[in-house]
Design a protein around this ligand. Structure first.
Ligand SMILES: C[S@@+](CC[C@H](N)C(=O)[O-])C[C@H]1O[C@@H](n2cnc3c(N)ncnc32)[C@H](O)[C@@H]1O
Length: 388
Protein backbone atom coordinates (compact mmCIF):
# COMPACT_ATOMS: atom_id res chain seq x y z
CA UNK A 1 0.00 0.00 0.00
CA UNK A 2 1.52 3.31 -1.11
CA UNK A 3 -0.97 6.05 -0.36
CA UNK A 4 1.15 8.59 -2.25
CA UNK A 5 0.77 6.89 -5.59
CA UNK A 6 -2.49 5.01 -5.18
CA UNK A 7 -5.75 6.81 -5.84
CA UNK A 8 -8.54 6.78 -3.29
CA UNK A 9 -11.22 9.09 -1.93
CA UNK A 10 -9.79 12.17 -0.25
CA UNK A 11 -12.34 13.58 2.16
CA UNK A 12 -11.54 17.26 2.68
CA UNK A 13 -13.35 18.52 5.76
CA UNK A 14 -14.18 22.08 6.76
CA UNK A 15 -16.22 23.97 9.33
CA UNK A 16 -19.98 24.22 8.85
CA UNK A 17 -21.04 26.62 6.06
CA UNK A 18 -17.59 26.77 4.51
CA UNK A 19 -18.16 23.89 2.05
CA UNK A 20 -19.23 26.06 -0.95
CA UNK A 21 -16.01 28.10 -0.66
CA UNK A 22 -13.88 25.01 -0.17
CA UNK A 23 -15.51 23.43 -3.23
CA UNK A 24 -14.72 26.54 -5.29
CA UNK A 25 -11.09 26.48 -4.10
CA UNK A 26 -10.72 22.81 -5.05
CA UNK A 27 -12.21 23.45 -8.50
CA UNK A 28 -9.88 26.41 -8.98
CA UNK A 29 -6.97 24.06 -8.35
CA UNK A 30 -8.17 21.96 -11.29
CA UNK A 31 -9.86 19.14 -9.35
CA UNK A 32 -13.53 18.28 -9.74
CA UNK A 33 -15.07 17.08 -6.47
CA UNK A 34 -17.07 13.87 -6.73
CA UNK A 35 -19.39 15.08 -3.97
CA UNK A 36 -19.96 17.97 -1.60
CA UNK A 37 -21.49 17.57 1.85
CA UNK A 38 -22.28 19.90 4.74
CA UNK A 39 -18.78 19.91 6.17
CA UNK A 40 -16.55 19.06 3.26
CA UNK A 41 -15.92 17.78 -0.23
CA UNK A 42 -14.73 14.46 -1.61
CA UNK A 43 -12.24 14.15 -4.45
CA UNK A 44 -10.66 11.13 -6.12
CA UNK A 45 -6.91 11.55 -5.90
CA UNK A 46 -3.69 10.06 -4.55
CA UNK A 47 -1.65 11.10 -1.52
CA UNK A 48 0.66 13.24 -3.66
CA UNK A 49 -2.33 15.42 -4.55
CA UNK A 50 -3.20 15.55 -0.86
CA UNK A 51 0.21 17.17 -0.22
CA UNK A 52 -0.53 19.99 -2.68
CA UNK A 53 -4.03 20.44 -1.23
CA UNK A 54 -2.71 20.55 2.33
CA UNK A 55 -0.37 23.37 1.36
CA UNK A 56 -2.88 25.34 -0.71
CA UNK A 57 -6.40 25.16 0.71
CA UNK A 58 -7.47 28.12 2.83
CA UNK A 59 -10.95 26.91 3.86
CA UNK A 60 -10.16 23.28 4.75
CA UNK A 61 -9.70 21.68 8.17
CA UNK A 62 -8.42 18.15 7.49
CA UNK A 63 -7.57 16.07 4.42
CA UNK A 64 -8.39 12.42 5.03
CA UNK A 65 -7.18 9.61 2.76
CA UNK A 66 -9.69 6.76 2.74
CA UNK A 67 -8.23 3.31 3.45
CA UNK A 68 -11.22 1.00 3.91
CA UNK A 69 -14.91 0.84 4.78
CA UNK A 70 -16.94 -1.86 6.52
CA UNK A 71 -20.28 -2.52 8.15
CA UNK A 72 -19.92 -2.50 11.92
CA UNK A 73 -22.59 -2.81 14.60
CA UNK A 74 -20.60 -2.55 17.82
CA UNK A 75 -17.15 -1.67 19.23
CA UNK A 76 -15.91 -5.28 18.98
CA UNK A 77 -16.75 -5.39 15.27
CA UNK A 78 -14.98 -2.07 14.86
CA UNK A 79 -11.93 -3.53 16.65
CA UNK A 80 -11.95 -6.56 14.32
CA UNK A 81 -12.28 -4.35 11.23
CA UNK A 82 -9.40 -2.09 12.30
CA UNK A 83 -7.28 -5.13 13.29
CA UNK A 84 -7.77 -6.65 9.83
CA UNK A 85 -6.04 -3.71 8.12
CA UNK A 86 -2.30 -4.16 7.21
CA UNK A 87 -1.05 -1.24 9.31
CA UNK A 88 2.56 -2.37 9.02
CA UNK A 89 2.49 -1.03 5.45
CA UNK A 90 1.71 2.50 6.67
CA UNK A 91 3.13 2.87 10.17
CA UNK A 92 6.76 2.67 11.11
CA UNK A 93 7.13 0.86 14.40
CA UNK A 94 9.45 3.61 15.74
CA UNK A 95 6.95 6.33 14.94
CA UNK A 96 4.24 7.75 17.18
CA UNK A 97 0.56 6.97 16.60
CA UNK A 98 -2.54 8.95 17.40
CA UNK A 99 -6.17 8.18 16.69
CA UNK A 100 -9.09 10.55 16.20
CA UNK A 101 -12.70 9.47 15.84
CA UNK A 102 -15.88 11.05 14.58
CA UNK A 103 -18.82 8.92 15.71
CA UNK A 104 -22.44 9.36 14.87
CA UNK A 105 -24.09 6.14 15.93
CA UNK A 106 -26.76 5.78 18.63
CA UNK A 107 -24.98 3.06 20.65
CA UNK A 108 -21.79 5.11 21.25
CA UNK A 109 -21.56 8.30 23.23
CA UNK A 110 -17.97 8.10 24.39
CA UNK A 111 -15.41 8.90 21.70
CA UNK A 112 -12.50 8.52 24.14
CA UNK A 113 -13.42 4.89 24.63
CA UNK A 114 -13.56 4.40 20.87
CA UNK A 115 -10.20 6.11 20.32
CA UNK A 116 -8.67 3.61 22.76
CA UNK A 117 -10.42 0.67 21.06
CA UNK A 118 -9.12 1.70 17.63
CA UNK A 119 -5.63 2.43 18.97
CA UNK A 120 -5.58 -1.00 20.68
CA UNK A 121 -6.57 -2.74 17.44
CA UNK A 122 -3.75 -1.02 15.53
CA UNK A 123 -1.03 -1.63 18.14
CA UNK A 124 -2.17 -5.23 18.74
CA UNK A 125 -1.89 -5.86 15.03
CA UNK A 126 1.54 -4.23 14.77
CA UNK A 127 2.80 -6.16 17.79
CA UNK A 128 1.64 -9.40 16.19
CA UNK A 129 3.23 -8.68 12.82
CA UNK A 130 6.34 -6.73 13.88
CA UNK A 131 6.94 -7.99 17.43
CA UNK A 132 6.77 -4.43 18.84
CA UNK A 133 4.30 -1.59 19.01
CA UNK A 134 4.72 2.15 18.37
CA UNK A 135 4.23 4.77 21.09
CA UNK A 136 0.82 6.36 21.03
CA UNK A 137 -0.98 9.33 22.51
CA UNK A 138 -2.94 12.46 21.71
CA UNK A 139 -0.20 14.53 20.00
CA UNK A 140 -0.74 14.85 16.26
CA UNK A 141 2.99 14.70 15.56
CA UNK A 142 3.26 11.17 14.11
CA UNK A 143 0.91 9.03 12.03
CA UNK A 144 -2.70 10.07 12.56
CA UNK A 145 -5.44 7.52 11.94
CA UNK A 146 -8.99 8.81 11.74
CA UNK A 147 -12.16 6.74 12.06
CA UNK A 148 -15.54 7.92 10.89
CA UNK A 149 -18.40 5.77 12.12
CA UNK A 150 -21.96 6.64 11.12
CA UNK A 151 -24.89 4.30 11.79
CA UNK A 152 -23.62 0.85 10.76
CA UNK A 153 -20.73 1.90 8.55
CA UNK A 154 -17.18 2.70 9.61
CA UNK A 155 -14.45 4.16 7.42
CA UNK A 156 -10.73 4.23 8.17
CA UNK A 157 -8.55 7.10 7.06
CA UNK A 158 -5.03 8.35 7.22
CA UNK A 159 -5.30 11.98 8.30
CA UNK A 160 -2.75 13.63 6.02
CA UNK A 161 -2.98 16.99 7.85
CA UNK A 162 -2.66 16.36 11.61
CA UNK A 163 -3.24 19.74 13.25
CA UNK A 164 -6.12 21.60 11.61
CA UNK A 165 -5.49 23.45 8.36
CA UNK A 166 -8.10 26.05 9.34
CA UNK A 167 -5.39 27.93 11.26
CA UNK A 168 -2.91 29.31 8.79
CA UNK A 169 0.15 29.42 10.97
CA UNK A 170 1.04 33.14 10.89
CA UNK A 171 -0.93 34.12 13.98
CA UNK A 172 1.62 33.82 16.74
CA UNK A 173 -0.35 36.20 19.02
CA UNK A 174 -4.11 35.51 18.90
CA UNK A 175 -5.55 38.89 19.97
CA UNK A 176 -9.08 39.43 21.29
CA UNK A 177 -11.96 37.41 19.70
CA UNK A 178 -10.08 36.66 16.48
CA UNK A 179 -11.80 35.07 13.50
CA UNK A 180 -10.56 31.64 12.47
CA UNK A 181 -8.33 32.11 9.41
CA UNK A 182 -10.36 29.65 7.27
CA UNK A 183 -13.54 31.55 8.13
CA UNK A 184 -11.97 34.92 7.32
CA UNK A 185 -10.76 33.54 3.97
CA UNK A 186 -14.25 32.18 3.18
CA UNK A 187 -15.90 35.54 3.92
CA UNK A 188 -13.48 37.25 1.53
CA UNK A 189 -14.25 34.63 -1.13
CA UNK A 190 -17.96 35.28 -0.49
CA UNK A 191 -17.42 38.99 -1.13
CA UNK A 192 -15.86 38.25 -4.54
CA UNK A 193 -13.09 40.80 -3.86
CA UNK A 194 -10.84 40.90 -6.93
CA UNK A 195 -7.55 41.38 -5.06
CA UNK A 196 -7.05 44.76 -6.76
CA UNK A 197 -9.57 47.21 -5.34
CA UNK A 198 -8.82 48.82 -1.95
CA UNK A 199 -9.62 46.51 0.97
CA UNK A 200 -10.43 48.56 4.05
CA UNK A 201 -10.66 46.78 7.41
CA UNK A 202 -11.57 49.03 10.35
CA UNK A 203 -11.80 47.25 13.77
CA UNK A 204 -9.21 44.83 12.41
CA UNK A 205 -8.37 43.22 15.78
CA UNK A 206 -5.52 40.76 15.17
CA UNK A 207 -5.80 41.54 11.45
CA UNK A 208 -7.07 38.19 10.21
CA UNK A 209 -9.25 39.66 7.44
CA UNK A 210 -6.63 42.14 6.25
CA UNK A 211 -3.85 39.54 6.33
CA UNK A 212 -5.94 36.90 4.55
CA UNK A 213 -6.78 39.51 1.89
CA UNK A 214 -3.08 40.32 1.44
CA UNK A 215 -2.23 36.62 1.19
CA UNK A 216 -4.89 36.04 -1.45
CA UNK A 217 -3.94 39.11 -3.46
CA UNK A 218 -0.34 37.93 -3.70
CA UNK A 219 -1.03 34.22 -4.15
CA UNK A 220 0.60 33.31 -0.85
CA UNK A 221 -0.69 29.92 0.27
CA UNK A 222 -0.96 28.76 3.91
CA UNK A 223 1.72 26.09 3.28
CA UNK A 224 4.34 28.85 3.39
CA UNK A 225 3.86 29.22 7.15
CA UNK A 226 3.51 25.65 8.30
CA UNK A 227 6.31 23.21 8.97
CA UNK A 228 4.58 19.96 9.92
CA UNK A 229 1.95 17.86 8.15
CA UNK A 230 0.96 14.34 9.17
CA UNK A 231 1.46 12.99 5.62
CA UNK A 232 5.22 13.25 6.24
CA UNK A 233 4.95 10.46 8.85
CA UNK A 234 3.33 7.83 6.66
CA UNK A 235 5.48 5.00 5.24
CA UNK A 236 6.34 5.64 1.60
CA UNK A 237 6.69 9.41 2.08
CA UNK A 238 9.63 10.92 0.26
CA UNK A 239 10.72 14.40 1.48
CA UNK A 240 11.19 15.32 -2.21
CA UNK A 241 7.38 15.19 -2.58
CA UNK A 242 6.98 17.95 -0.02
CA UNK A 243 9.97 19.98 -1.24
CA UNK A 244 8.50 20.01 -4.73
CA UNK A 245 5.07 21.17 -3.49
CA UNK A 246 6.71 23.83 -1.29
CA UNK A 247 8.86 25.13 -4.18
CA UNK A 248 5.74 25.29 -6.32
CA UNK A 249 3.86 27.53 -3.88
CA UNK A 250 6.95 29.70 -3.34
CA UNK A 251 7.12 30.26 -7.10
CA UNK A 252 3.45 31.19 -7.25
CA UNK A 253 3.84 34.30 -5.05
CA UNK A 254 3.20 37.44 -7.09
CA UNK A 255 4.43 40.35 -5.03
CA UNK A 256 3.41 43.96 -5.35
CA UNK A 257 4.18 47.20 -3.66
CA UNK A 258 0.76 48.76 -3.37
CA UNK A 259 -0.43 49.38 0.19
CA UNK A 260 -4.10 49.17 -0.70
CA UNK A 261 -5.09 47.01 2.26
CA UNK A 262 -5.91 49.20 5.23
CA UNK A 263 -6.20 47.81 8.76
CA UNK A 264 -7.12 50.03 11.71
CA UNK A 265 -8.15 49.46 15.31
CA UNK A 266 -8.63 51.64 18.36
CA UNK A 267 -6.64 49.30 20.59
CA UNK A 268 -2.88 49.72 20.92
CA UNK A 269 -2.56 46.03 21.73
CA UNK A 270 -4.49 45.03 18.60
CA UNK A 271 -2.20 47.20 16.47
CA UNK A 272 0.83 45.51 18.00
CA UNK A 273 -0.71 42.08 17.26
CA UNK A 274 -1.66 42.86 13.66
CA UNK A 275 1.81 44.25 12.94
CA UNK A 276 3.48 41.17 14.34
CA UNK A 277 1.11 38.73 12.55
CA UNK A 278 1.51 40.59 9.24
CA UNK A 279 5.28 40.38 9.66
CA UNK A 280 5.13 36.60 10.17
CA UNK A 281 2.81 36.27 7.15
CA UNK A 282 5.31 38.25 5.06
CA UNK A 283 2.70 40.84 4.03
CA UNK A 284 3.45 43.85 6.24
CA UNK A 285 4.67 45.78 3.17
CA UNK A 286 1.16 45.49 1.69
CA UNK A 287 -0.74 46.79 4.71
CA UNK A 288 -1.34 50.31 5.91
CA UNK A 289 -1.84 49.83 9.68
CA UNK A 290 -3.10 52.65 11.86
CA UNK A 291 -4.37 53.07 15.41
CA UNK A 292 -7.59 55.06 15.25
CA UNK A 293 -11.30 55.02 15.85
CA UNK A 294 -12.96 53.13 12.98
CA UNK A 295 -14.66 56.33 11.84
CA UNK A 296 -11.26 57.91 11.15
CA UNK A 297 -10.07 55.05 8.95
CA UNK A 298 -8.65 56.38 5.69
CA UNK A 299 -10.86 55.30 2.77
CA UNK A 300 -9.02 55.72 -0.55
CA UNK A 301 -10.45 56.36 -4.04
CA UNK A 302 -14.11 56.16 -4.79
CA UNK A 303 -14.69 52.42 -4.88
CA UNK A 304 -13.50 49.39 -2.98
CA UNK A 305 -14.39 46.88 -0.29
CA UNK A 306 -14.84 47.69 3.37
CA UNK A 307 -14.91 44.77 5.80
CA UNK A 308 -15.88 45.20 9.46
CA UNK A 309 -16.15 42.56 12.16
CA UNK A 310 -17.45 44.50 15.18
CA UNK A 311 -17.91 42.92 18.59
CA UNK A 312 -21.43 41.58 19.06
CA UNK A 313 -21.47 41.51 22.85
CA UNK A 314 -23.26 39.40 25.40
CA UNK A 315 -23.93 41.51 28.50
CA UNK A 316 -26.66 44.13 28.55
CA UNK A 317 -24.42 47.12 29.30
CA UNK A 318 -22.17 46.04 26.47
CA UNK A 319 -25.15 45.77 24.15
CA UNK A 320 -26.29 49.33 24.87
CA UNK A 321 -22.85 50.63 24.02
CA UNK A 322 -22.69 48.45 20.93
CA UNK A 323 -26.02 49.79 19.66
CA UNK A 324 -24.33 53.16 19.45
CA UNK A 325 -21.27 51.67 17.78
CA UNK A 326 -23.40 49.96 15.12
CA UNK A 327 -25.29 53.19 14.47
CA UNK A 328 -21.94 54.96 14.09
CA UNK A 329 -20.80 52.22 11.68
CA UNK A 330 -23.88 53.01 9.55
CA UNK A 331 -22.96 56.66 9.61
CA UNK A 332 -19.34 55.91 8.66
CA UNK A 333 -20.46 53.77 5.72
CA UNK A 334 -22.87 56.39 4.46
CA UNK A 335 -20.51 59.32 4.95
CA UNK A 336 -17.13 57.92 4.01
CA UNK A 337 -17.65 54.81 1.90
CA UNK A 338 -19.88 55.93 -0.96
CA UNK A 339 -19.11 53.82 -4.03
CA UNK A 340 -17.88 50.95 -1.83
CA UNK A 341 -19.27 47.50 -1.15
CA UNK A 342 -19.47 47.01 2.61
CA UNK A 343 -19.38 43.69 4.47
CA UNK A 344 -20.29 43.49 8.14
CA UNK A 345 -19.60 40.18 9.87
CA UNK A 346 -21.72 39.87 12.99
CA UNK A 347 -23.43 37.35 15.25
CA UNK A 348 -26.13 39.81 16.35
CA UNK A 349 -28.75 40.76 13.78
CA UNK A 350 -30.61 43.01 16.24
CA UNK A 351 -27.50 45.15 16.58
CA UNK A 352 -27.02 45.07 12.82
CA UNK A 353 -30.40 46.80 12.41
CA UNK A 354 -28.85 49.86 14.06
CA UNK A 355 -26.65 50.29 10.99
CA UNK A 356 -29.72 51.70 9.30
CA UNK A 357 -28.96 50.45 5.81
CA UNK A 358 -30.68 47.70 3.89
CA UNK A 359 -28.44 44.67 3.35
CA UNK A 360 -28.47 43.39 -0.22
CA UNK A 361 -27.32 39.92 0.91
CA UNK A 362 -27.08 38.05 4.21
CA UNK A 363 -24.64 35.20 3.86
CA UNK A 364 -24.76 32.55 6.59
CA UNK A 365 -21.64 31.53 8.52
CA UNK A 366 -20.77 30.15 11.91
CA UNK A 367 -18.10 31.68 14.14
CA UNK A 368 -17.37 28.66 16.34
CA UNK A 369 -20.95 27.82 17.43
CA UNK A 370 -22.38 31.31 16.92
CA UNK A 371 -24.80 31.71 14.03
CA UNK A 372 -23.39 34.68 12.10
CA UNK A 373 -24.09 36.65 8.97
CA UNK A 374 -21.94 38.45 6.48
CA UNK A 375 -24.18 41.39 5.65
CA UNK A 376 -23.53 43.05 2.32
CA UNK A 377 -24.33 46.68 1.59
CA UNK A 378 -24.01 48.37 -1.77
CA UNK A 379 -23.05 51.94 -0.99
CA UNK A 380 -23.81 53.55 -4.31
CA UNK A 381 -22.25 56.94 -4.81
CA UNK A 382 -25.73 58.45 -4.41
CA UNK A 383 -26.33 56.80 -0.99
CA UNK A 384 -24.76 59.63 0.95
CA UNK A 385 -26.97 62.23 -0.65
CA UNK A 386 -30.05 60.03 -0.23
CA UNK A 387 -29.27 59.60 3.47
CA UNK A 388 -28.74 63.31 4.00
C1 LIG B 1 -14.38 41.26 17.13
S1 LIG B 1 -12.90 42.16 17.20
C2 LIG B 1 -12.26 41.95 15.56
C3 LIG B 1 -11.57 40.64 15.41
C4 LIG B 1 -10.85 40.48 14.08
N1 LIG B 1 -11.76 40.19 13.01
C5 LIG B 1 -9.79 39.39 14.18
O1 LIG B 1 -9.87 38.41 13.44
O2 LIG B 1 -8.90 39.51 15.02
C6 LIG B 1 -13.41 43.81 17.19
C7 LIG B 1 -12.30 44.83 17.25
O3 LIG B 1 -12.90 46.13 17.22
C8 LIG B 1 -12.08 47.02 17.95
N2 LIG B 1 -12.87 48.23 18.28
C9 LIG B 1 -13.87 48.36 19.18
N3 LIG B 1 -14.36 49.61 19.16
C10 LIG B 1 -13.65 50.30 18.22
C11 LIG B 1 -13.70 51.63 17.72
N4 LIG B 1 -14.57 52.52 18.20
N5 LIG B 1 -12.84 51.97 16.74
C12 LIG B 1 -11.96 51.08 16.24
N6 LIG B 1 -11.86 49.81 16.69
C13 LIG B 1 -12.71 49.42 17.66
C14 LIG B 1 -11.62 46.21 19.15
O4 LIG B 1 -10.41 46.77 19.65
C15 LIG B 1 -11.45 44.82 18.52
O5 LIG B 1 -10.11 44.62 18.17
Amino acid sequence: MDIFNQESNLVITCNKRLAPYLEAEVIKLGITPSSVFQTGVVVKANGLTSIALNLKLRCASQILYSLAKAKVQNPQQLYDFVYSYPWEKLIDIDNYLSVTCNVNTPSINNTMFLNVKVKDAIVDKLRKVMGRRPDSGPLLTGVVVHVYWKDDEAELFIDTSGETLAKHGYRKIPGKAPMLEALAAATIYASAWDGEKPFVNPMCGSGTLAIEAALMATNRYPGLFRKHYAFSQVKGFDPAYYQQALEEIKNLVIDRNKRSIIATDISKDAIHVVKSNAEVAGVSHLLHIEKCDFADTPVPTDSGFVFINPEYGERLGELKELEETYARIGHFLKQKCAGYQAFIFTGNLELAKKIGLKASRRIEFFNAKIDCRLLTYELYAGTKRKFE
